[in-house]
Design a protein around this ligand. Structure first.
Ligand code: AMP
Length: 599
């Protein structure tokens, strides 16, 4: 047994403490990421006790960034990306410009060089991917128009930072720093003799080359690889292929094209999402993402020195003000200028009012080039930690400001709300609270249905049940947490509640007290058990039908109060037996797989 295992120690301490503090903060209704950051501060070098390896933690966090962006790519299509370019491109540019100006101003007050101000300002202008995505995911906003704008905006910021990272070394001399001599990432840097425009041109050409390679080659090769691996019949190999492609494309994009890891992963995900088969499979491999994105917050916490809050108090406050007030105002103004609703502008401002991983990279580079004083890096770090900590609060503030701002805007508000209008409910069908596809923050609105059935899960099982309920004209609503399925349900005019049904607020919105029946069509018996308990407590008379996949699960669910538990595998067997014994020949429905003839 080796004694020195820094990688294992870092993962164990990071995930273990993050779990403990995440659970604690959750208990007090504080977002768990606050707990992860605290865990990071505790294992960091600035507090006594165990010190984890910061550089290892950083690299682990990078994996988190890659997997997160990969996951976003999976939910994004090129069409979505292009559909928001009209606002995302000018929005990001104006916001970067404004934040940089403020940064230069603060640098000037602190007596730094203009070059230092530029690096400092740029670092304050770019939001963290991880923080933004977590915020959007928690509020289930990723697939809304506002969510798409925020993600598109972030991608433009990412591209701008890629450019900045390449340009800074070339410009260091002009800006009063020291050009980098010892450069490890030779493929990323360009000779200074290219001149500014040459460097810009070559960088843009590399990004364009990457995009073209992905769209032309990746689009063919990636699905081909996945189909090939699917043929081997090994699920393990399939998941491995998905991971290898995500990480490989990200890494290759960074090394060969100078594109950020995050951007590379985003494209890999976007291409995989084009085929339904790979999409499903790729999603299965995403639990890893959650583990690694936790390590991201731990590694940020590790960098933080709580004592700097005292020694650097005022400049830190000013930095923080630029990040959460200056940037927000710029974003708000530009979104409103494009005639989007106030709610959209507020949500985008709040989600971008933080800084993270890119800012650290820029700060490191700036210090390395002797452009940015060490104090600048400390301010950026403190600004990042505090803005990430305060980010959930920003969403609350924004919620609180919304009615006030909307009232002030009054009738002068932009007439054309750009919200897509949901499909109309067909006559005789259940009323639809899902008519507005934009999901709001906070608990979902409560249904007006009573005497209805609550159907949980709309996958292979739930969708068949739903169709039968519809046919029998029984009123029902669906609780579902997959965005794609939700969109389809809305198109079909079915009333939906978005979210995890095991969440108390989500479940309460389905009015279990007034419901007649609860149908659990989800495969996870632990979650189903929680829901059964909750439903029984709310309504002792409700009839509960659940789905299980083993005898143990049947026992478990019945023990918790389910009336009828149907074991999937037994029903499959029954179907097979009926066909074999000739009792039925009528199994040729859409639910039956007919073995395709080999071509
Ligand atoms: P299937 O196994 O194909 O019937 O799919 C199960 C469906 O249930 C999927 O569409 C999931 O998104 C959905 N689902 C699983 N767990 C939950 C949950 N806790 N809350 C809401 N929907 C869920």
């Amino acid at each position: 047994m080796p004694h020195d295992t820094p990688l294992i120690a870092t993962i164990v301490a990071g995930l273990g403490l993050a779990f403990v503090f995440g659970a604690l903060t959750n208990r007090f209704r504080i977002p768990p990421l606050v707990g992860y950051l605290v865990a990071g501060v505790l294992v960091g070098p600035n507090t006594p006790g165990f010190v984890a390896d910061a550089s290892l933690a950083n690299e682990l966090a990078e994996i988190g960034v890659i997997l997160l962006m990969f996951g976003v790519g999976l939910h994004f299509s090129l069409k979505d990306l292009l559909s928001v370019r009209a606002i995302a491109v000018p929005g990001a540019i104006v916001q970067i410009g404004f934040a940089t100006l403020l940064g230069v101003g603060l640098a000037w007050l602190l007596g730094w060089s203009p070059g230092a101000g530029l690096v400092f300002g740029l670092a304050l202008s770019v939001a963290s991917t991880v923080v933004l995505l977590r915020a959007l995911q928690e509020r289930r906003l990723i697939e809304t128009e506002r969510g798409r704008i925020a993600v598109g905006w972030l991608i433009v910021e990412d591209l701008a930072m890629v450019l900045a990272l390449v340009l800074l070394p070339a410009l260091a001399g002009v800006l009063g720093g020291q050009p980098q001599v010892d450069d490890h990432e030779s493929l990323l840097s360009l000779p200074a003799s290219y001149g500014i425009w040459g460097v810009v041109g070559v960088t843009l050409a590399k990004v364009a080359a990457f995009v073209v390679v992905m769209l032309v080659v990746g689009r063919r090769v990636i699905p081909w690889i996945l189909h090939y691996v699917a043929h081997t019949g090994s699920r393990e190999l399939f998941r491995l292929a998905v991971l290898a492609i995500a990480l490989g494309v990200a890494f290759g994009a960074a090394k060969l094209f100078g594109v950020s890891l995050a951007l590379g992963a985003f494209f890999a995900g976007m291409i995989m999402s084009e085929s339904e088969l790979s999409h499903r499979a790729a999603e299965e491999s995403l639990p890893l993402r959650d583990a690694f994105s936790v390590l991201f917050f731990v590694s940020v916490g590790m960098l933080f020195d709580p004592f700097s809050l005292i020694s650097n108090g005022l400049p830190i406050l000013a930095t923080l003000a630029i990040i959460i007030i200056g940037k927000s105002i710029a974003a708000f103004v530009i979104v409103i200028a494009f005639r989007y609703p106030i709610a959209t502008a507020l949500m985008i401002s709040a989600s971008l009012a933080q800084i993270g991983e890119f800012s650290f990279i820029l700060a490191e580079l700036g210090v390395g080039l002797k452009l940015l004083p060490e104090q600048g890096r400390d301010l950026i770090l403190a600004g990042a930690i505090l803005s990430i900590l305060l980010n959930p609060l920003m969403f609350l503030v924004v919620d609180w400001m919304k009615p006030w701002l909307e009232k002030r805007a009054g009738k002068a508000a932009p007439a054309e709300e750009r919200r897509p209008i949901g499909p109309a409910t067909e006559p005789g069908q259940v009323a639809s609270v899902s008519a507005a596809p934009e999901k709001e923050d906070g608990p979902p609105p409560r249904t007006t249905l009573a005497g209805h059935s609550i159907l949980i899960g709309y996958g292979r099982v739930g969708s068949l049940v739903g169709a039968a309920l519809k046919e029998a004209a029984l009123p029902f609503l669906v609780i579902e947490d997959a965005d794609k399925t939700l969109a389809k349900l809305r198109d079909d005019g079915v009333e939906t509640i978005a979210g995890n049904a095991a969440n108390a607020d989500v479940f309460a919105a389905a009015n279990p007290e007034g419901a007649k029946r609860l149908i659990l069509a989800i495969p996870n018996a632990f979650e189903a058990g929680q829901i059964v308990l909750r439903a029984r407590a709310a309504n002792p008379a409700i009839s509960i039908i659940a789905r299980a996949h083993s005898d143990a699960e049947v026992e478990h669910l019945k023990g918790l109060g389910a009336d009828i538990v149907i074991m999937g595998e037994r029903e499959i067997a029954r179907g097979i037996v009926e066909v074999v014994t000739g009792k039925t020949t009528d199994w040729a429905g859409p639910a039956v797989e007919i073995n395709p003839q080999p071509a």
